[in-house]
Design a protein around this ligand. Sequence first.
Ligand code: ADP
Ligand code: MG
Length: 293
Amino acid sequence: MRRIAVLNQKGGVGKTTTTVNLAAALAAEGHRTLVLDLDPQAHATLHLGLLPGRSGPSLYDVLTQGMPLPDVKKNVAENLDICGSHIDLAAAEVELINTVGREVVLRDALDADPTPYDFVLMDCPPSLGILTLNALCASREVFIPLQAHFLALHGLSKLLETINLVSRRVNRELRVGGVVLCLYDAGTRLGGEVIEDLDKYFDGKRHANSPWSDAKVFRTRIRRNIRLAECPSFGQSIFQYAPSSRGAEDYSSLAGEVLGRPPAKVWLDDSDSPSSRRAESHEDTPATPVLHG
Ligand code: ADP
Ligand code: MG
């Protein structure tokens, strides 16, 4: 079982989009996958078609009431389960403060679940509080979604410092698996520059025992794609909503890389040639609205 926390303390960088669509891609390839929605905003829950609160108990009940995971999670597609979130989860940060072993409640709940998952993906909130700490203690890998703009690396040191602390003090197995570039604008030089900076950043900090000694920047770039922004409001993954979109193509390619295959296409980091720009621009027309339900 691979347990992966999808984490960046910044909001709006593509954590939820990546968690949901990577999970859907892995499930579609036959891997049994569980999504844990650790964000009280419940975006992953909504994205996978559940209404927070109306679908029964949530991760809040697992973390604060000791409810077993199998009593809470729901099956939403073949091979794909989710343990949903609810705004109540925000209170768990405070309620857990006086609990002994508060950072390992989620890990223990996962260990007690007998379902033989191949992947557990955890969508983290945009903060480094107790919910995120629970995700880091329950994971072996961290994927960091990053938006390729000039402030992309800002905040990364803080994040790596937190991961380092958790790995030294509570979870020795924790490793940074990789960085996923999201909302990528092909045709700009900036993307290529950010990737170079990232590679340098990790190389400069790489030493044998650091949790990021094997961290890589995934070669697949998740391009900016309107379909990816639309599908959450329909409660569908990109593979249900727009299976032939660039968004679906990119998340399948990322799933392939996660499974050890090469990326689906060769990415030119400074692909600002007119032909690549033409190829990228055809999909920016809005979708025809579809009524929910
Ligand atoms: P986070 O979970 O880090 O806050 P989200 O995954 O919710 O970030 O993404 C922030 C916003 O950007 C959402 O509205 C989402 O639909 C949109 N979005 C994410 N990735 C893409 C993409 N590749 N192309 C277009 N829109 C995207
Ligand atoms: Mg989110």
